[in-house]
Design a binder for this molecule. Sequence first.
Ligand SMILES: Cc1cc2nc3c(=O)[nH]c(=O)nc-3n(C[C@H](O)[C@H](O)[C@H](O)COP(=O)(O)OP(=O)(O)OC[C@H]3O[C@@H](n4cnc5c(N)ncnc54)[C@H](O)[C@@H]3O)c2cc1C
Length: 602
Amino acid sequence: MSYTKNNITKRKFDVVIIGAGGSGMRASLQLSRAGLNVAVLSKVFPTRSHTVAAQGGIGASLGNMSEDNWHYHFYDTVKGSDWLGDQDAIEFMCRQAPEVVYDLEHMGMPFDRNPDGTIYQRPFGGHTANYGEKPVQRACAAADRTGHAMLHTLYQQNVKARTSFFVEWMALDLIRDAEGDVVGVTALEMETGELHILEARTVLLATGGAGRIFAASTNAFINTGDGLGMAARAGIPLQDMEFWQFHPTGVAGAGVLLTEGCRGEGAILMNSNGERFMERYAPTLKDLAPRDFVSRCMDQEIKEGRGCGPNKDYILLKLDHLGAETIHKRLPSVYEIGVNFANVDITKEPIPVVPTIHYQMGGIPTNIHGQVVTQQGSDDRAVVNGLYAVGECSCVSVHGANRLGTNSLLDLLVFGRAAGNHIAEYNNRSKAHKPLPADAADRSLERLNRLDNASTGEYSQDVANDIRAAMQLHAGVFRTQASMDEGVAKIAALRSRVGSIALKDQSKIFNTARIEALEVDNLIECAQATIVSAAARKECRGAHTVDDYERPTDDPVAPMGRDDANWMKHTLWYSEGSRLSYKSVNLKPLTVDSVPPKVRTF
Ligand SMILES: Cc1cc2nc3c(=O)[nH]c(=O)nc-3n(C[C@H](O)[C@H](O)[C@H](O)COP(=O)(O)OP(=O)(O)OC[C@H]3O[C@@H](n4cnc5c(N)ncnc54)[C@H](O)[C@@H]3O)c2cc1C
C-alpha cells in the first residue's frame, strides 16, 4: 500500500517533544508535572538515547572538594568557547548549574559521594579556579556512568509524572502553516510503517547530535542529526556548524570514547619517546587543557613523527599509575572498554588513543528559553512561533567554538528545564490548536513515495558511507582551505546521489532500510551545513583550525589566527541554495562584566 493523504492518522497534544535523551526528558518532566498533555517520540527506547553513554560528569560549581563559584565557571566557559559563546546564555547556565544538579540529586540520581556525604567532583579539561590559575574539581560524577545514571533517573521521574512515550517512532518533518508557525510534525511508526500527523501547540526538538556524519565517531548510530535536517528543510537556519569537537581520547581504530575523566583522575598522554608532551604545550593545565587544544597537540606530535605504534599514528594514554583500586572504583567502564575494544588491561599498560569526532557545537539557533530563532528583516533573533529546541541539536550558544567537557549534560538540564518552564507558561490549554495547512504532510509523502517508487538506485548505506568518508577527509582536526573547498564540491555532488537512493525491500513492518534511507536526508543537510560554513570561515577559532590561517601565538590581536575584527560572529547556513548569513555574538552577560577576548593559553 503506498503512502497517501488518506491513510494518515492524526493525534493532538499540547506539546510534542522529539527525542528522549537528557534534554527531551528534562523538558517533558517539567511539562508533565505542570499538567500538560505531552508526547515524547524516540527512535529507540528512551534509556538507549546517546545521553546514556556520557561518562565523565556534569559541570557545576558546588565547591565540594575545592574552592569554586559560578563566576569561575562562567569565565572558563567563555574562554573555552574561544569567545564565540553568547555570554548571556553562559551566565544563565553557569548560575543555574548547582540548582539543576541538586534537583537531580533529589530525584534520586546516584552520584558518587565524598566521605562527608556531599557529591563527588573530579577535575575536567579547561575547568579552573581563580580565572585560569589551577584546575578545579567541578565535574559531578557517578563513577564513569554519569549519563547512564542521569537518563535512568529522568526516565523514572517521567514515568511517575505520566509522560506519554512513543517508542520507535521516527519524526520526519515539521509542519509550518502559512504564517510560518509550527503546528505539528509528521512521524513514521517503525513497527507498522504507518505515517502519522501529531498536532501540537508546541513542538520541541531534542534529537541530539549529528556525529554520524563522520566516519570515526564516538557517537551512537542513531545520532544522524534528524532535528537539524527537519529544521533545515523547513527553512530554519543551522548555526555555527563548522565547529565540531574532536575528543582527544577515542580508542584508536574503534572510535569508542575513553572519558576525559581518565585525565581528571590523573591519566597522562605520552608520545613514542615516553614523553608527557602536554607539559610543553600547556604548562599550567597540562593534560587537562580544553579538548580542541589537546587534540591539536596530539596531531602535531603524530605529524612530527612522535606517534606510537608500527605506523606512528596514535598516542598512548597511561593510567596504570592510578592503581587498580582507583580504576575499578572511578573508571570501571573505561577498564571494560580497554579489554573489549583494545585488548588492553589499563591497570597494567597504556592504551592507544586518537582524536575522534565527539560533539557538535552548532545547531538550531535558540534563545535562553529554548525558543527557536531566525532572521527576519533586521532582527537576528526573531522567534519561530510554536518551535523550541534543546540539547545537542540546539545552539543557544553556550559552547561557542569549543565546548568544555561536562558542560553538555549541564546544558541539557538547564535548558531542558528552562524550555519546559517557558512552554508551560505560554502553552494556553484553553485555546484551540491552529488549523493544519492543507499541505501538512506533503513533504513527508514526497520523501516516502520517492523511496517507494524508485525501482533502481543506490543503497542508502553506500551514499551515507561516502558522505562520512568525505567529511572525515575534508573537515578534520587540521583543515586547509583547498581541502575544504574540495569537500564543498564533493558534498554537493553527494546531495544529488541522496535523491537517487532506492529500497530493495519495500515492506512496511520494521523496515530498517527505509529508516536508514530517511536518515540520509538528514545527514546530507548536516554535512553540507558543516563543510560550507567551514570553507567560508577564514580564520582559526576553537575547534576550527585551518593551516592557511595559523599565525604565531605571540600576536595578541589574532592569537593562533583568530580574527576577532572580521570573524567574531555566528554563521547561519540555510539549506535552500546552501546560502550563508551571519549574526553577532552576544558579548553582554546578564548581570556581570563581560569577559573581553584575549589570547587562549593554558
Ligand atoms: C560517548 C560520549 C560521552 C559523553 N560524555 C559526556 C560527559 O561526560 N559530560 C557531558 O557533559 N557530555 C558528554 N557527552 C555529550 C553529551 O552526552 C551529549 O551531548 C548529550 O547527551 C546529548 O543529549 P540530547 O538530549 O541532546 O540527545 P541524545 O541523548 O542524543 O538523545 C536524542 C534523542 O532523540 C531521539 N531522536 C533522534 N532523531 C529522532 C527522530 N527523527 N524521531 C524521533 N526521535 C528521534 C533519539 O531516539 C534520542 O531519544 C558525551 C557524548 C558521548 C557521545
